[in-house]
Ligand binder design. Sequence first.
Ligand SMILES: [Zn+2]
Length: 103
Amino acid sequence: MTKPIIEKRCTICKKLKPIDTDFYKKTSASDGHDYYCIPCRNRRGKRYHRKNRKQMLEKQAEWRRTHRAELKKYFAQYWEENKERIGEERRIKYAERKRMEGK
Ligand SMILES: [Zn+2]
């Protein structure tokens, strides 16, 4: 017995597409498949990601703005506690660069 090809209309591009090959499985959906076809889902996913990323960056910038004083204190303290190590690392890096340039 061959399985009939079930088609489903994508809610974005409004095209009828075979459900087994053009739709992702989605257990929470009533028919067990996604509402959008795979190409539409991918396009949507990318857009969603970009938007999310922008929001995330904005949130981070906002966070830095509101915590500026704390951050400054934190970095000052960090510098104070690690200045010898940081200084040493910088010296090594600088020496390495000099050596590379000398070649
Ligand atoms: Zn589609």
